[in-house]
Design a binder for this molecule. Sequence first.
Ligand code: HSE
Length: 368
Amino acid sequence: MKSVGFIGWRGIVGSVLLQRMIKKNDFNKIKVTFFTTSQFNKYFPLNIKNINKTLHNAYDIEQLLLLDIIITCQGSEYTNKIYYKLRQKGWQGYWLDAASNLRTDDNTIIVLDPVNLDLIKEKIDIGIKTFVGGNCTVSLMLMALGGLFKKNLIDWIFVSTYQAISGAGAKYIKELLLQTNFLHENITDIIHSNKFNILEVEKIITLLLNNKEFPQQYSTIPLVNNVIPWIDKQINNGQTKEEWKGQFETNKILNNKNIIPIDGICVRVPTLRAHSQSFMVKLNKDLSIKNIEDIIQSHNKWVKIIPNDYIYTTKYLTPCAVNRTLNIPVGRIKKLNIEKNCFSMFTVGDQLLWGAAEPLRRMLKLLI
Ligand code: HSE
């Protein structure tokens, strides 16, 4: 049995990964040690059959060196501190990482096995030992559009994302909920009064968003009642880092020699869990809608074509319909009157499952 160290199992991605591993009985097939960066001398809080509940120090290099596989959702800072030290000491184990900082390294593979299983296997065979989960929107896009990529039908893509607050981290989810609660507490009486006037309520809300009591410990602008067309830091070509990842990571996952151009605008919206994306896709040949749908649908078992009508779209193509599932609905597929061979498409995916934890869980399974 492989000895596996699990780091960062308490955070938002780590706990989703843990839940999935419990559900899929993955712990039966490994000898796992749980590590902690802060809870020394405590015990792992859940009951999982046959596991050692003692928590080990995640900075204890000697202990880490004994492992066959390390899976970490602890974040980039931890990776930077520990990964290179282990490799310098000659550690030959597999490092599986949810953080982004190793994705750009030439000797790492970004894993999304429904899309790049052959590449993953090929790289395992030649001795690659570092496998990293992709950016959430990239993985979700590839799960949705995988069939068209596989058949080399895509010329370029423009995407507008609608990224849930969970992508920013747990503290922002709490801040959004505190802000919602603050508004609620301050407008309840007005909403229920006989004198309800929507323009008056909207004015009060705008004043509340600027009130000094408005909960804003982490965000510099309101998360509630807002959308924010900026995610991650600025890079020097006008893109944000999140937008830059779209082209870089997609082409790396696909191992493309000819780079497919991908660009867009990444936007934070006040939903909680699932990310949505609206695409304009330019194909290199004229395909019928039926052809496009068949190719998308046949790529993997999670993608589902949603008929382009009001009832199906509103029932199945929203974050509320997708949260906590592995489903990748794809809809609003239509030819555009802008340019020949262009079509539009909208997709939604759970950013903590296919967007983060699931590709790593499946990679671990592949290794064991
Ligand atoms: N970078 C993503 C976001 C997190 O900000 O939504 C998902 O990997």
